[in-house]
Design a protein around this ligand. Structure first.
Ligand code: ATP
Length: 391
C-alpha cells in the first residue's frame, strides 16, 4: 500500500484515495501490451488506479504513454492483456461505449460555437433533453468558473479559459474516468502554475478519476496522487511523487526525475540497515541507509551498486581543514557556480575530474559569496540522504 504523500497536490487533499474508507481499485490495467508490427510500444504494463485518483503516466517521448492512454480510451486495441473499469471488462468495447472521456492536448474546441454550445455538444449528440442540457451546462460552467463567458467564442478566451472549456466539455458527460493528454502543455509557465491548482480543485470537487499523460516531471509531481514512470513501453516505478523522488527504485527513475549525483561502487559491508559502499578512488566507503521499504533484503555484500544523492541533500562549506569525522565527507574544488536567486548550484571537482552537483539555498542576503569559483570546499551528506540502487 502506498504511503501518504507530502507533495503539494496531496497536501491539498484531505485523504489520499487509497486511504479513504471506500477505497478500491477502480481502473485495472492487467499485463497490457501493444505491438505495431514487431515493435512493442507498450510491454506488459500492469497498473491499479484507485477511485478519485489523479494518476500520471510520465515518460520521455516515445515511451508508450500515449499509446496506453489511447487503449484506455478505446482508440487503440491492446495486443494482449485486459483493462477493467469499475469491475467491467472494457478491453474490447468501442470508445463511445466506455465510461471514459478524453481531453485532448489541443483542446479541439469548435471555433464557431460559443462556450456553452461547445460544452453542450456531446449531450446534444446523446439526445439529452434540452432543459436537462441547460441545467447541466450551467452547473459545469459554474464549477469551472466560466459562467460569465458562456456566450463567448473560443478565440475570445485566454489559454487558461480555453483549457477550462475543454475540461467542462469532457466532464459534462459525467465520465467515470477522465483521460487527459498533456493537460497544461498549451499554457505558458505562469498560467500553468495557476491552472494546475484549479485543475486539482475541480478534480477534488467532481471526484472523477483522472488519468493524464505528460513528459513534464514538474506537472506530474504537482498534479498527481501517484504516477507511473515509463521507459520503452514498461513501467519503471510506480508511487506517490514523494516515493518516486526520495526513494527511486532504479537508476532510470533516479536520473529521470530531478537531478542526481551517481557513483558506481560495490557493497563492502552491511550492518543494521546500512550499506557501506566502496567507490574506486576513495579510501573510505560511504554509508548509506537502506530505507526504501523491503530494500535491505535485496542488497548483498559484494554486489555492484550505484550510490545516488540529490544535489540539495549535500551540505557544503569552505574548507578550513575541518576534522574528517563524518562518514560521508568529501573534499573538492568549486569548478562551476550558478546563482539562481533562491539557491545556487555548484559543481565541485572531487578528484579525477569527477563532478558533484550541490544545490545550496541562499538563506542569507549577501553581496559577496561565501564560496566562489576555485574555492576549496568540504561536502557531506547524511546516510539517510543517499540511496543505493541495484537495478
Ligand atoms: P510522445 O510524448 O512523443 O507522444 P509517447 O510516450 O506518448 O510519446 P507513444 O505515442 O505511445 O509515445 O508511442 C510509443 C512508440 O510507439 C513510439 O516509438 C511510436 O513511434 C510508436 N507508435 C505509436 N503509434 C504507432 C502506430 N500507429 N504505428 C506504429 N508505431 C507507432
Amino acid at each position: 500500500m502506498p504511503q501518504a504523500s507530502a507533495s503539494p497536490a496531496a497536501a491539498q487533499r484531505r485523504l489520499d484515495p487509497w486511504e479513504r474508507p471506500d477505497a478500491r481499485t477502480y481502473v485495472r490495467i492487467e499485463n497490457v501490451s501493444k505491438s505495431f508490427g514487431d515493435f512493442r510500444a507498450v510491454d506488459g504494463v500492469s497498473i491499479d488506479i484507485y477511485r478519485g485518483e489523479f494518476f500520471a503516466l510520465l515518460g520521455a517521448s516515445g515511451c508508450g504513454k500515449t499509446t496506453l492512454l489511447r487503449m484506455l480510451a478505446g482508440f487503440e486495441a491492446p495486443s494482449g492483456g485486459r483493462i477493467r473499469i469499475d469491475d467491467q471488462d472494457i478491453t474490447h468495447l468501442p470508445p463511445y461505449a466506455r465510461p471514459v472521456n478524453m481531453m485532448f492536448q489541443n483542446y479541439a474546441l469548435f471555433p464557431h460555437m460559443t462556450v456553452a454550445d461547445n460544452v453542450a455538444y456531446g449531450l446534444k449528440q446523446d439526445g439529452v433533453a434540452r432543459a436537462e442540457i441547460r441545467r447541466r451546462v450551467g452547473q459545469i460552467l459554474d464549477l469551472v468558473q466560466l459562467a460569465p463567458w458562456a456566450k463567448r467564442k473560443p478565440h475570445q478566451l485566454s489559454g487558461g479559459q480555453r483549457q477550462r472549456v475543454a475540461l467542462a466539455r469532457a466532464l459534462v458527460k459525467r465520465p467515470k474516468v477522465l483521460l487527459l493528454d498533456e493537460p497544461l502543455a498549451a499554457l505558458d509557465k505562469k498560467l500553468r502554475e495557476q491552472t494546475q491548482f484549479e485543475l486539482m480543485n475541480i478534480q477534488e470537487e467532481v471526484g472523477v478519476t483522472f488519468i493524464f499523460v505528460t513528459h513534464d516531471q514538474e506537472e506530474a509531481m504537482t498534479l498527481s496522487t501517484r504516477m507511473a514512470v515509463m521507459d520503452q513501453g514498461r513501467v519503471m516505478q510506480m508511487g506517490t511523487p514523494t516515493e518516486i523522488y526520495e526513494f527511486p527504485a532504479n537508476r532510470f527513475t533516479a536520473d529521470f526525475i530531478g537531478s542526481v549525483n551517481m557513483m558506481d561502487g560495490t557493497v563492502a559491508r552491511l550492518d543494521a540497515g546500512h550499506a557501506q559502499v566502496a567507490v574506486a578512488g576513495f579510501d573510505r566507503p560511504f554509508t548509506v541507509a537502506l530505507n526504501r521499504e523491503g530494500q535491505a533484503a535485496t542488497v548483498h555484500q559484494g554486489q555492484p551498486v550505484s550510490l545516488a544523492v540529490r544535489p540539495e541533500k549535500i551540505a557544503i562549506q569552505r574548507d578550513h581543514g575541518q576534522a574528517d569525522t563524518h562518514p560521508n565527507r568529501l573534499r573538492g574544488i568549486v569548478r562551476d557556480f550558478a546563482y539562481l536567486g533562491d539557491a545556487s548550484v555548484l559543481r565541485v571537482d572531487i578528484g579525477d575530474g569527477r563532478l558533484i552537483e550541490v544545490t545550496a539555498p541562499n538563506t542569507r542576503r549577501a553581496l559577496r559569496r561565501e564560496i566562489d569559483w576555485d574555492d576549496p570546499v568540504v561536502l557531506w551528506w547524511e546516510p539517510e540522504a543517499a540511496v543505493v540502487l541495484t537495478a
